[in-house]
Design a binder for this molecule. Structure first.
Ligand SMILES: NC(=O)c1ccc[n+]([C@@H]2O[C@H](COP(=O)([O-])OP(=O)(O)OC[C@H]3O[C@@H](n4cnc5c(N)ncnc54)[C@H](O)[C@@H]3O)[C@@H](O)[C@H]2O)c1
Length: 326
């Protein structure tokens, strides 16, 4: 039992985690079908990682990779609320069937532990903020249901099959390598690229919806802690930063950082979107040792620098169309 597996390791968060595992000297295996992730995300470390271009829906092919792993970080998913509404079938199959396959393969193959990337979308709209793990889930979209079901499977595999599992509810994660080119991209990747290209973003709704933006390195740090903490099997933890910014505040802050004035445009609200999001991090701090290191502004500056350098590296000008974000 020695290698680590990262499903979705060619994605935004997965590729950051792969880098952290390599820095620990680990033998890392990535399972990814490159549907939303890309090999570019692993470019300079590709020769240090074993990449299995496989689909999580294909149990027979992923099971041998997972068997005997020390840790399985399950991040592979189609991670989009709007996509799960427009195309519910692939979303259901990847996020539910694929997740079941990972837990099943880990239990059958006697893997050490599965750390599962859950989502704050499971909370839906709550009357009270911040959101605490003890609140009843109120998912508002197929994606939110799918991610919640993965948590339930994690707890049940722990209870019924003795598999060590931990679920981390990610809030809005941002940072280098987040793909800004799709209509389903995270709001911050779109904001930052609009900023670099001096274009106004279009915000769905009034912009007063708020998010707990979490810098990717803080999420990676918590994934590693969750893979080692004792006495937490079957549990679910918030993996946010504990803060909350509205989209209007965020766009204002970015304009101030850049010293420009570029008012946003507004479009209609999007179905399935949660109004406010903020994590209560008490349990993650107490039981996992969660200790976010980056303020929102630090994370924004680091990410902005990365997108700028990436644009220069690729030698391209504009690489995205105007987007609607929420
Ligand atoms: N980014 C966020 O703010 C956020 C918030 C909450 C939860 N999450 C969860 O974190 C995880 C990582 O998200 P991300 O933002 O890095 O997204 P991402 O799209 O960059 O990464 C997901 C990866 O999974 C791969 N994948 C998708 N379907 C697959 C399949 N059937 N078989 C194999 N690989 C498959 C994709 O190719 C991609 O590399 C996801 O599980 C997502 O639900 C992310």
């Amino acid at each position: 039992m020695n290698h680590d597996v990262v499903t979705g390791g060619a994605g935004f968060i997965g590729s950051a985690l792969v880098r952290a595992l390599l820095a620990e000297g680990r033998d890392v295996h990535v399972i990814d079908n490159l549907s939303t992730g890309k090999l570019d995300n692993l470019e300079e470390i590709a020769d240090q990682v074993t990449i299995h271009e496989l689909d999580l829906r294909d149990y027979r092919r992923i099971a041998p990779v997972i068997a005997g792993a020390r840790r399985v970080f399950h991040l592979g998913a189609l991670p989009s609320v709007p996509k799960s509404i427009l195309q519910p079938v692939p979303s259901h199959e990847c996020n539910i069937d694929g997740t079941f396959n990972v837990f099943h393969a880990a239990a059958e193959g006697k893997a050490g532990r599965v750390v599962y990337a859950a989502s704050s979308s499971a909370y839906g709209d709550t009357e009270v903020l911040p959101k605490v793990e003890t609140m009843a889930p109120r998912p508002k979209s197929p994606y939110a249901v799918q991610k919640l079901l993965g948590e339930y499977y994690g707890s049940v595999f722990s209870e019924c099959f003795g598999l060590e599992t931990v679920s981390l509810r990610f809030f809005n994660v941002f940072g280098p390598r987040q793909d800004p080119t799709s209509v389903y991209s995270g709001v911050l990747s779109i904001f930052l690229n609009c900023l670099i290209e001096c274009r106004s973003p279009t915000i769905y709704g009034d912009g007063e919806q708020s998010r707990d933006f979490t810098y990717v390195e803080d999420v990676v740090g918590l994934l590693l802690k969750a893979s080692q903490a004792q006495g937490v099997s079957g549990k679910v933890f918030n993996a946010g930063n504990g803060n909350r910014y509205t989209l209007n505040q965020t766009w204002q802050l970015l304009q101030e950082i850049e010293g420009i004035h570029l008012p946003a445009q507004y479009g209609p609200p999007r179905p399935g979107d949660v109004r406010d999001s903020q994590a209560d991090t008490t349990a993650a701090v107490r039981e996992l040792g969660h200790a976010p290191r980056f303020t929102f502004e630090q994370g924004l500056r680091l990410t902005l620098d990365w997108y700028r350098a990436d644009l220069l590296r690729k030698g391209s000008g504009s690489r995205m169309d105007p987007q609607l974000v929420s």
